[in-house]
Design a protein around this ligand. Structure first.
Ligand code: NAP
Length: 470
């Protein structure tokens, strides 16, 4: 990484004279953090193995580790954990000082104890605070506006933690106190996680996409070729994806609501809410927002693919052929009210379904969900969510229309893809319809308010309280 320039722009926060901070290590992170702190009015002293290196910024005062540590009560250790051994010689100097551990590892849970706890054990007299590991050297250099501004920190000494939090705020970042040093392991794992909540939705989505795509290729490309030698492979570019996207989108939307129904059935069956759900159900419920957002993305793709229909060669060719056929046979096909209703209803249901889909997506944005209360959020996500599912299922049912009973659509006795797509959504809607029957709905509400069919078991079950919201 390039050294920061000699010219130091003013910090966005007030540039009053701040404390002196010592930074061990003049690598990428140490230099970036040092420069940012200097902008914000701090005096920076680096502790380094080599005080004469060409890499060192011209604005920096660089001393040996021990000399630098003497000059400040806060020392930021911008060195990899594997090199911490040099700190053992500085135990006396570091006594009573605040040691800020910024280190990250290469793998999640790489060591039995967190780097910060390891540092605290190595220098027992120092007050170790874990901080800054979730901000990158790049974001410190390029300006915090472009990147996450959150600095997770933890430590056992409240006063030391407060001092570090003040520095974080002075840099224009947001400190998030995670508690004692026991939380350091979790804080160190944050930057190593790769979309943890998105993994399951992405697996489900990819699985359904591949399955439905292969199903469509089998029934719409391989079947015509095998039976009549007709080449319909051109359908793979637009027609088949435009079948896959709405089908997977509808299935995923249904899968957002299915775990809530399974949970309600489980609670009804067990007669209590104080019993743990199976792990797979917990995981499934936790990723419902992400499932819904993937479903929305697929609905968007369906809308865009549908818009290009009129400019497709294949569509224009068929419409011209239809026209020419009427001219050459001197006939005018009659206007059928039934089909006019069917096609308009299909499009109207699709548009309305898409509108509510987008509304659901918007309300799941943190800035919007923070502005509504819990009841409003539940109303949108549950009531409007089910309305969206009803509209999209109806859109598919109307699209099916006569096709449900039209023999040629059943290739090799396989139902058309849109029929397959309706299985899960219809099952979800039927189950929902059953559990909102007043006698069942009342019982579920009572259970969720703490009622138990067999209260004698409560003591044993209370240890297993399920905290997942349904
Ligand atoms: P780096 O560029 O490799 O710098 C590490 C520095 O440690 C070196 O410049 C060196 O400074 C010092 N060092 C190396 N070997 C040493 C030894 N045997 N004894 C004493 N000091 C030694 O690494 P970095 O990217 O700045 O990262 C430093 C720490 O910040 C790491 O723990 C990293 O996980 C953490 N971090 C980095 C980033 C980032 O974006 N880079 C983000 C968050 C956290 P001297 O030559 O001056 O002694």
């Amino acid at each position: 990484m390039e050294n920061s320039s000699n010219c130091i722009p003013l910090c966005s926060t007030e540039s009053k004279k701040q404390d002196t901070i010592c930074i061990f290590g003049t690598g990428d992170f140490g230099r970036s953090l040092g420069f940012k702190m200097l902008q914000c009015g701090y005096t920076i002293i680096f502790g380094s193995r080599n005080t004469k290196s060409n890499f060192l910024p011209k604005w920096a005062e660089v001393l040996s580790h021990s000399e630098a540590a003497e000059k400040s009560s806060i020392i930021i250790v911008a060195v990899h954990r594997e090199q911490y051994h040099f700190l053992a010689d500085l135990t006396d100097i570091l006594k009573g000082k605040v040691l800020v551990d910024v280190s990250n590892n290469l793998k999640i849970n790489q060591y039995p104890e967190s780097n910060a706890e390891y540092l605290a054990k190595m220098i027992p007299g120092a007050n170790v605070v874990k901080a800054f590991n979730t901000v990158s050297a790049w974001s410190l250099q390029s300006g915090t506006v472009d990147a996450s501004r959150q600095v997770f920190l933890c430590g056992d000494d409240t006063k030391s933690k407060q001092m570090v939090m003040d520095i974080v705020r002075a840099l224009g970042l947001t400190p998030l106190d995670q508690g004692s040093l026991l939380a350091a392991n979790e804080v160190e794992n944050y930057p190593l996680q790769l979309f943890p909540m998105w993994r399951l939705p992405m697996y489900i989505c990819t699985g359904f996409t591949v399955l439905i795509f292969l199903y469509c290729v089998l029934t719409e490309v391989i079947n015509p070729y095998a039976t009549t030698r007709e080449d319909t492979s051109y359908l793979i570019a637009i027609s088949i994806p435009n079948r896959v996207f709405p089908i997977v989108s509808l299935i995923l939307l249904a899968l957002v609501y299915l775990p809530g129904i399974i949970a309600a059935i489980l609670q009804l069956f067990r007669g209590t809410k104080y019993s743990r759900f199976p792990n797979w159900l917990d995981q499934w419920m936790l990723c419902r927002k992400q499932l819904g957002l993937v479903a929305l993305a697929y609905a968007f793709l369906h809308a865009i693919y549908t818009l290009v229909m009129p400019i497709r060669y294949y569509v224009r060719w068929w419409s011209n052929k239809y026209l020419i056929l009427q001219v050459t046979t001197n006939t005018t096909y009659p206007f059928l009210n039934y089909y006019a209703w069917l096609s308009d209803s299909y499009v109207a249901l699709g548009i309305l379904g898409f509108f509510f889909y987008v509304l659901l997506g918007i309300t799941s944005l943190p800035s919007v969900s923070n502005a509504v209360n819990w009841r409003e959020f539940r109303f949108v996500q549950s009531k409007l969510g089910y309305l969206t599912l009803v509209l999209c299922t109806a859109h598919t049912l109307v699209y099916g229309g006569d096709r449900f009973i039209y023999g040629p659509f059943y290739k090799w006795y396989l139902p058309p893809a849109f029929v397959v797509s309706l299985i899960i959504p219809c099952a979800v809607l039927v189950m929902k319809f059953i559990i909102v029957i007043p006698c069942l709905d009342k019982r579920i509400t009572k259970i969720r308010q703490g009622w138990e069919r067999n209260p004698s078991c409560q003591g044993a079950l209370n240890t297993d309280i399920n905290k997942t919201s349904v």
